[in-house]
Design a protein around this ligand. Structure first.
Ligand SMILES: *Cc1c(COP(=O)(O)O)cnc(C)c1O
Length: 459
């Protein structure tokens, strides 16, 4: 039976003579059409052999071919609806930008800009002046520098300040951040030797003191970011460590990870190192990311005292690690929003999302649930759940949230999740107790329509 069907499959060459193939060849390069047609034929053959396929139909074949070509030529990097409840989701592009930052990127990208041009004198200027001034005023630091990302910031700092010398770090802070950024590796890459002190759970000032040698250059403190130790633990604070470093003419640096420009405790969130506090406490250098809690573009920000920052600026790596103009434009616009601190909860997407309260989340979940329940064959419910800040910020502390769970007749949760990811735009939810759940915290009101359309397309 299936073999008779197999014989019904036309030759590739024959199919390529069809007028619909010609139309597709007008739209896409011929090689691409031939390749996709060959694959479609092969998959038809497989389906006929295992009994799941039907007799060949020319119309169905060209419909499938057209869909395959659309998918294949679609831009790969595209907008995704993040319904995971993880706000700073590294796999989904970390922090969404503020509207003002997007506008700044548009303006800087569309035409020319005064990136490295001093409009007053008509001479060459520095690309860093604007953001440096903003960072100084927002953190109280004497100087600032911005590079490609925080990993680059730490690498640059250690290369410029500790090459050939030793960097002392607590054993409780030798962490791996996602994506293979391991503190010991970065120190080695910076050309310095790592000196570990203390134990995993406890490090005292005396441990640092005992580890000093004539080669010691930097005492480094690293925010453990994506994990948290509780119980019998202690570490040395930035102020104490910086004061001690200065009695020995050493530098004290902090890798704050996400860091925060404002105190999140004001919004009822767990404390995260506030950059201005570290500066005030005496850190010579503080490094943090642009696209974590800051809600800006990918960037590595360094603030601190004039002298060490000046040494960083002179280092050859600074050119290799430099930030591009689009990120710089977005960063400057984002930092300007922090100048109006009273409104950052509305203007900065990350803060807006992590500070949504349960009453608002419930209201929004109800609105989404109502729209979904109007579609046929869906079982919709609302339940309590937990989301996360992500990006290594506020580790260990979940964000209590409201989830809309959806069950679709005839779909297992895993298959449903896959179908939603194949929609345009893709919708990425999460599985909770074997049920597909959408956390409304990370979905905007405008995106509710995308979610509803995605479920409608399943019918
Ligand atoms: C996230 C993080 C980094 C890396 O920052 P990127 O901006 O992703 O390069 C480095 N150190 C700490 C402590 C972090 O949390």
């Amino acid at each position: 039976m299936s073999h008779a069907h197999l014989r019904s499959l036309p030759q590739l060459q024959k199919l390529m003579e069809n007028p619909r193939a010609a139309t597709l060849c007008d739209r896409y390069i011929r090689q691409l059409v031939v390749g996709a047609a060959r694959e479609e034929l092969a998959s038809l053959r497989m389906r006929l052999l295992d009994g799941s396929g039907e007799t060949f139909s020319e119309d169905a074949f060209f419909d499938a071919l057209e869909r395959a070509l659309t998918v294949r030529t679609r831009h790969r990097l595209r907008r995704v609806v993040n319904a995971t409840g993880i706000v700073i989701h590294t796999n989904l592009g970390r922090a969404p930008l503020a509207a003002e930052a997007v506008e700044a990127v548009r303006e800087a990208g569309l035409g020319y800009s005064n990136l490295e041009f001093d409009l007053k004198t008509g001479e060459r200027g520095s690309r860093y002046t604007q953001v440096e001034n903003l960072l100084k005023s927002l953190t109280g630091a004497e100087a600032a520098l911005v590079v490609n990302n925080n990993a680059a910031a730490v690498l640059l700092a250690l290369s410029a300040l500790a090459q050939g010398g030793e960097v002392v770090v607590s054993r409780g802070e030798l962490v791996e951040i996602g994506g293979g950024f391991r503190v010991p590796d970065v120190i080695r890459q910076g050309g310095a030797a790592l000196v570990e002190v203390g134990s995993t759970n406890k490090t005292r000032l005396g441990d640092y003191e005992a580890a000093l040698s004539e080669n010691t250059r930097v005492l480094l403190k690293v925010h453990p970011s994506n994990y948290r130790m509780t119980g019998f633990v202690s570490s040395v604070g930035v102020g104490e460590l910086a004061a001690f470093a200065h009695t020995r003419s050493l530098l004290m640096m902090e890798d704050a990870g996400s860091g925060a420009l404002v105190d999140l405790a004001k919004y009822g969130l767990p404390a995260e190192p506030v950059i201005a506090d570290s500066v005030r406490a005496g850190a010579d250098l503080v490094a943090f990311s642009g696209d974590k809690l800051l809600s800006g573009p990918q960037a590595g920000i360094l603030v601190g005292r004039t002298e060490p920052i000046a040494r960083l600026k002179r280092h050859p790596l600074v050119r290799a690690l430099r930030i591009d103009k689009l990120s710089l434009a977005a960063l400057e616009a984002t930092l300007r929003l922090y100048q109006d601190e009273a409104h950052i909860q509305e203007t900065l997407p990350v803060l807006q999302m992590i500070t949504q309260n349960l009453a608002t989340l419930l209201q929004r979940a109800e609105r989404l649930a109502e729209r979904l329940a109007a579609l046929p064959h869906l079982g919709v419910a609302i339940r309590d759940g937990v989301g996360y800040t992500g990006g290594g910020a506020l580790p260990g502390s979940g964000l209590p949230s409201k989830l809309v769970t959806v069950e679709v007749l005839g779909f297992k949760a895993v298959a449903l999740a896959a179908r939603l990811r194949a929609c345009e735009p893709p919708v990425v939810g999460r599985l909770t107790d074997g049920v597909l759940a959408l956390d409304v915290r990370t979905v905007t009101d405008e995106e509710f329509a995308d979610v509803v359309d995605a479920f409608r397309s399943l019918a």
